[in-house]
Design a protein. Structure first.
Length: 752
């Protein structure tokens, strides 16, 4: 183009043709624009129109010449910001073109060209905020690890040392028989290291330290989760059922051999027909006073014990939960020790065991089904801490209420509902470490002329992973709190602690499922490769949402506990109680829904701990009161309580969820306050704020419906979540390194 005026079209022509294809829209738009310009002569119009003819695209040489002229203009004028700026330079600042700025910019818009972005893409070397952002470290990683490990730092370090040894190299065989034997061998090693018996009394060879036992379970979860579950079945479920439900005669006879792994055993509670409904179990234990024995019997196929760990291959005994029958009277579910194999692994008479076979995950655990055909056991095999048969053959118990006795018995097994969420937490930490370290090194795309950018620099990638990292830190501190509450429990606190443990089990395991799915996707095709371990983590933890209690059922338990506490606070919800509560709630609501507060969006307010906790507490109390009133209305209207609870089940889940989110935030904030080192405190504070605001963002529909926030505020929260992700990104790698997962356990090549 010799005519300098016409050179104003070069950037537009180049961008339209740069993908070697002129679309119909681009063709029509450019033609109409050229024909509408009165300052262009007919000959010039014909020339320009020849450059936008679909059947005659420009040659590669001509495209290259256009690009060269654009590059030269940009190199000589690096401050150019729009395509029109480039057109003006090429047109030698022609006054005619200058007067047509509005027309040219409208043409850019019609062609779908974004000025600044297009110029940025045309620059040979691009220096952008996104491309220059990088990993740094603003805090002491080792100190943060010490904060996370707390008082259990020594045992955690010991376990990490053991599982980093060569004999703990991952088993890669797809033969489940080989895998199961490897897991058995690993358990044997851990038993020799006195890790399995850590919670048992010292007089039976144990360490008498339950806090350390939970830390062992969590730390082992950085390794192989089949190992963790077999370890938990043997030393937790089987061993702790003896310790929790038995008495001295059982401790002295069994605990030492269980702790040394000389006596592999099972925990046989679940039945085919009655998974979560323990009260409905159908296996029977019929007492025969003449010979002081119990007859353990499976009445039909659907009453068989199902999904029993250690049953298919290694178990020699089982704690069997069965209905106690004395003189044809049912005394409810009790626990009994039943031999199922001899020391040569031969299945005993009356016992039928089947292998559950290949599963979605945890294939190193030998799950099986067990049926009992009139199996006779001695009277002493009843675990009789809470119920027994006396010398006259009569049932007796220190707890007169059948219902209370049943829940007291199950309450002693709450430990499993603490071990599983802690194991799930470790799996989430592993997945996040792999995904974040990979996304810090994996480069994709970048500004034109610049180098590719780490994908962790992209806001959407930060959005995918960093709120989940914040939530994982939050759950870590919440689980420490729940563990301590359980270990320091009093009898009066047990109902609350049981509900809390049930809830945090659901909250943590659901979170892990979501975390690992996002980590898999965030790692792309590499995340799909087994060598990078996310598949094993995903598959193995999938069942965590089901065993130790189905999560949805557990959340119902939590909600019922909260309603029970509500009733204690407000009596039986008589008319006066309701009026008083409504009055107090209304006063609170008016204060919280002050128009200034519902619209307040300044940074100091949005980042304020008190605002976060107030919002969580308000949601919890409002949903709880709403559920209570709704239930009362249904029951007062003539509906049976059972039916009323069925109608509001989805509401009950919201009650539990809001309660747990408040607990988790509360404990996270307290943990932050306890951090003394300022740099560590600053970064963990950002994580705490990100957790709080990302949960509010998730629940923004509720806050908007309730009138607690207006749209302007929820939008500000969304922006603040983005900003916190951006601020945390440089420290993201350091934050996962603070988990201190051994390299041999992490193992994923993409993590390094």
């Amino acid at each position: 183009m010799e005519n300098s005026k016409l050179k104003a079209f070069i950037p537009l022509f180049y961008l339209a043709w740069s993908d070697d294809l002129l679309t119909q829209k681009e063709f029509v738009t450019l033609q109409e624009f050229i024909r509408s310009q009165q300052w262009i002569s007919r000959k010039e119009q014909e020339y320009l129109l020849s450059k936008v003819t679909v059947s005659a695209p420009p040659s590669r040489i001509e495209l290259a010449e256009w690009k060269f002229e654009i590059d030269t203009a940009i190199d000589q004028n690096p401050l150019l910001k729009s395509i029109f700026d480039v057109s003006m330079v090429l047109a030698e600042k022609n006054s005619v073109i200058k007067d047509l700025a509005t027309d040219f910019m409208k043409l850019e818009n019609d062609l779908g060209i974004l000025g600044e972005e297009a110029v940025s893409n045309l620059k040979k070397t691009a220096k952008t905020v996104t491309s220059n952002y990088h990993t740094s470290n603003t805090f002491d990683i080792e100190k943060l690890t010490q904060i996370l490990d707390g008082k259990q730092a020594a045992i955690i370090k010991k376990v990490k040392t053991v599982i980093s040894r060569p004999d703990f190299a991952y088993e890669t065989s797809t033969d489940i028989a080989v895998y199961r034997e490897k897991v058995y061998d690993w358990c044997t090693i851990l038993a020799k290291e006195n890790l399995g018996n850590m919670a048992y009394p010292k007089q039976y060879g144990g360490g008498e330290n339950s806090a350390d036992y939970f830390a062992i379970m969590e730390t082992l979860s950085y390794h192989d989760l089949s190992l963790v579950i077999k370890f938990g079945v043997q030393f937790g479920l089987w061993g702790m059922s003896i310790q929790s439900l038995g008495t001295e005669k059982h401790y002295s006879k069994y605990l030492k051999d269980i702790g040394s792994f000389q006596l592999p055993g099972c925990f046989a509670m679940t039945e085919t027909n009655h998974g979560s409904n323990v009260k409905g179990l159908e296996t029977t234990a019929t007492y025969n006073h003449d010979n002081q024995t119990f007859i353990i019997h499976t009445p039909h196929e659907k009453a068989q014990k199902e999904y029993i760990g250690n049953a298919a291959v290694h178990g020699q005994m089982a704690t069997v939960f069965a209905k106690l029958i004395i003189d044809e009277m049912d005394y409810g579910v009790n626990a009994f020790i039943v031999p199922i194999r001899d020391t040569n692994s031969t299945i005993l008479k009356g016992i039928t065991i089947s292998d559950c076979g290949h599963k979605m995950g945890l294939n190193g655990v030998d799950n099986g089904t067990i049926r009992f055909e009139n199996v006779v056991i001695p009277k002493e095999n009843m675990l009789d801490r809470f119920a027994s048969v006396n010398d006259e053959g009569k049932f007796e118990s220190p707890i007169p209420s059948d219902n209370r006795r049943f829940f007291t018995m199950l309450g002693t097994l709450v430990g499993g509902r603490i071990g599983i969420p802690r194991s799930a937490l470790a799996a989430a930490k592993s997945g996040l470490t792999i995904a974040i370290q990979y996304s810090d090194s994996r480069r994709q795309f970048g500004p034109e002329g610049g180098s590719e950018v780490p994908i962790l620099n992209y806001r959407i990638h930060q959005r995918r992973l960093l709120p989940l990292l914040a939530k994982t830190y939050a759950i870590h501190f919440a689980l420490q709190y729940v563990t301590n509450r359980y270990l320091e429990r009093t009898e009066t606190e047990m109902p609350e602690i049981e509900a809390l443990a049930a809830g945090i089990k659901a909250y943590s395991t659901w979170s892990t499922t979501a975390v690992l799915q996002e980590c898999r996707e965030a790692c792309g095709g590499k995340g799909y490769l087994s060598e990078n371990r996310i598949d094993a983590l995903k598959n193995d933890t999938e069942i965590y949402t089901t065993f130790e209690g189905d999560n949805t059922v557990l959340m119902q338990l939590v909600a019922k506990n909260r309603l029970s506490e509500f009733r204690k606070t407000f009596g039986e919800m008589d008319a006066m109680g309701i009026i008083n509560y409504v009055f107090e709630t209304a006063k609170t609501a008016i204060a919280k829904k002050n128009p200034i507060i519902t619209r307040k969006t300044d940074e100091d307010h949005l980042l304020e701990d008190a605002f976060h906790l107030d919002a969580f507490q308000y949601r919890e109390k409002t949903i709880l009161a709403s559920a209570a009133k709704r239930l009362k209305k249904l029951i007062d209207g003539g509906l049976e309580p059972y039916d009323a609870f069925n109608v509001v089940q989805h509401h009950m889940i919201d009650v539990a969820q809001a309660y747990l989110e408040r607990i988790v935030l509360e404990q996270f904030q307290k943990a932050v306050q306890a951090i003394e080192d300022q740099k560590n405190k600053e970064i963990v504070t950002k994580l705490c704020r990100l957790y709080a605001l990302s949960q509010m963002e998730k629940n923004k529909g509720w806050y908007l419906e309730d009138g607690y926030m207006e749209g302007i505020k929820t939008k500000a929260i969304r922006k603040m979540v983005n900003q916190l992700c951006w601020e945390i990104r440089p420290d993201a790698v350091s934050l996962v390194k603070a988990f201190d997962i051994p390299d041999s356990c992490l193992a994923a090549p993409i993590a390094f």
